[in-house]
Design a protein around this ligand. Structure first.
Ligand code: NAD
Ligand code: DAU
Length: 338
């Protein structure tokens, strides 16, 4: 196989993918702008490997992207690069529109010229919007696209563009739509690492609204394994939902983590709800199970314990994430007591 061009490979899921790919002896070119969530420390263990190259830069930089295609024979593109946090997109959507939609278009335009074998667009279950209650049918690949927040809308826009390139240009694209990931190296603005980090510091933990919103959690390493099964056997032009059939209410996951960490529930602080807050996500993973024989391997409770342990062992990593600019963002957003 020729090189795999990964974008956003210094972020949470991208770095898990890159570590796994490098260990499989695949050749990886990783382009990442290193925004607040991109961190080269996430890739410390593989940075010297011969089959790995890192390039700092923007997927919207056409000259740079083209120079990478010219220099390396690329057969596969895996596009993780994105602005990924819903709360930030509610504060302003420009960066989301630029990277998530325009950036995807630029990558596809250049990739088209170089006859790649496949382009895997890493999308999200958020493009489907939400399920209104616990009885509603879960999302299938045929569910209507109906995003609720600017982040989700930007990802849906990118999906539409990818679909149009497949139809118009026979561009060899595949879209994956995964549910909520958790695991090591996740930036502690997202719910699970935020709970763990703040509990370790004995700080109050913000729970939005009534705390009864439901997310469908998958361990990041399972998501990455699913992506390899799509790269190896997925059909061009198809969409694959990825999930572990693991729906949990926010309040329950919060209490569960506090219990494992031996922390008091008095740390829970109900705060005002997220605007437009999606009620429930639930992925029906039948297609990827049936067609690609993919099944998540990790048991949720064990993966959560492993994740808690990782944050305990890497508290410095998490502290460095919480730099000055993040603290301002955080305090403005949540109006929390520190
Ligand atoms: P993340 O924010 O941790 O990582 C995103 C990475 O992209 C960062 O390293 C960042 O520096 C990089 N990046 C941002 N803009 C860029 C640009 N213009 N050019 C190059 N690099 C850029 O996000 P994540 O949680 O790892 O998500 C990765 C992808 O997976 C995203 O596309 C996201 O929509 C999707 N996804 C995430 C989840 C989840 O639960 N986290 C679930 C489903 C899908
Ligand atoms: O479903 C996939 C999506 O999951 C990805 O596409 C996104 O990139 C990723 O950020 C994630 O989006 P969510 O909005 O679901 O994740 P987040 O961790 O921000 O929030 C999870 C739930 O927890 C949600 O119902 C909001 C709630 N929450 C979140 C935070 C940060 C709180 O109650 N308190 C908080 O402090």
């Amino acid at each position: 196989m020729d090189n795999i061009f990964v974008t956003g490979g210094a972020g949470f899921i991208g770095s898990s993918f890159v570590r796994n790919a490098v260990k499989r002896d695949l050749k990886i070119i990783n382009l990442d702008i290193l925004n607040y969530a991109g961190n080269l420390k996430n890739l410390n263990d593989i940075e010297d490997k011969k089959n790995y190259v890192f390039i700092k830069g923007d997927i919207c930089d056409e000259g740079l992207v083209e120079s990478i295609f010219k220099k390396y024979k690329i057969s596969i593109v895996v596009n993780f690069a994105a602005e990924s946090h819903v709360d930030r997109s509610i504060m302003g959507s420009n960066g989301f529109i630029k990277t998530n939609i325009l950036g995807t278009g630029i990558l596809m335009d250049i990739a088209r010229k170089y006859n790649i074998d496949r382009f895997l667009q890493i999308s999200t279950d958020e493009v489907y919007g939400d399920l209104e209650n616990e009885l509603a049918e879960r999302f299938t690949e045929k569910s209507q696209i109906y995003p609720s927040n600017p982040y989700a809308a930007s990802k849906a826009g990118a999906d539409m563009l990818v679909g149009s390139y497949y139809r118009t240009h026979k561009f060899p694209a595949i879209i994956s739509r995964c549910s909520n990931n958790f695991g090591p190296y996740q930036f502690p603005e997202k719910f699970i690492p935020l709970i763990i980090y703040r509990a370790l510091k004995n700080k109050s933990i913000p729970l939005y609204g009534d705390g009864l919103n439901i997310r469908d959690w998958i361990f990041v390493e399972d998501h990455v394994e699913a992506l390899f099964s799509i790269i190896e056997n997925g059909k061009i032009g198809e969409i694959y939902n990825i999930g572990s059939e693991n729906e949990i209410r926010n309040i329950d996951i919060l209490k569960m983590i506090l219990k494992i960490m031996n922390k008091n529930e008095s740390l829970i602080e109900y705060v005002k709800d997220r605007k437009g807050h999606d009620r429930r996500y639930g992925i029906d993973p039948s297609k990827i199970r049936k067609e690609l024989n993919f099944e998540s391997k990790h048991i949720f409770e064990i993966a959560i314990e492993k994740t808690i342990q990782w944050y305990k062992d890497n508290i410095k990593w998490a502290e460095e994430c919480i730099d000055g600019s993040y603290r301002d963002y955080y305090n403005n957003n949540y109006k929390m007591k520190e």
